[in-house]
Design a binder for this molecule. Sequence first.
Ligand code: DX5
Ligand code: ZN
Length: 221
Amino acid sequence: MIKISPSVLSSDFSILGAEAARMEKSGADMLHLDVMDGSFVPNITFGAPVISAIKKCTPLKFDVHLMIDKPLRFIKDFAQAGADIITFHTEAGSPVYETIEKIRSFGCVPSLCVRPSTSVEEVFPFLDKIGMVLVMTVEPGFGGQPFIEDMLPKIAQLRHECKKRGLAVDIEVDGGINEETASLAASNGANVMVAGSFVFKAPDAAEAISRIRSAAEKAYE
Ligand code: DX5
Ligand code: ZN
């Protein structure tokens, strides 16, 4: 099943709560929240207190993408702020199994992220312990970058591995998603589409979401 997760990175930060509610009304399945610390990636966004404030404005599931060093330190804070899915990077300097277990202990879904320079095999040892893998289709740090098509074989390889092992893991793509790239990603096995600028900068967010959804649904299996 295809799910659309608009990234608030491209929203109007002065009215974050209203932007979250607008995505809910526009048909989003969840909300993608990019947490950046200025060290793991060269940009700074927001942390748990901001997520906790937005949580009051919508019942949407919160898909929290941690681009921070040593994420294990902050799992409790993000879980208590209202995260439903917590994605972290294997390269971020926290023990992977321990971080997965910590996320699970708070009732959240653990997810691992693969950035463009990281091989997808890095997440294979953890596939039976997580609910989702996020394949970055841009270098993490900024919205509005073009989709890197070279990432498509990674998505296909990951879907193949999940099928081979009988695992129903969601595959999320993040970066440069629009209706064309959503179709490419879905035809290679991705089923969760993050979209920042394409949705938030569109004159009609509901139409943008439905265009991504129908392109992906047509292409997926
Ligand atoms: C980039 C973030 C993305 C970003 C995507 O590091 O992880 O979630 O918001 O933005 P677009 O869809 O504009 O590429
Ligand atoms: Zn993201």
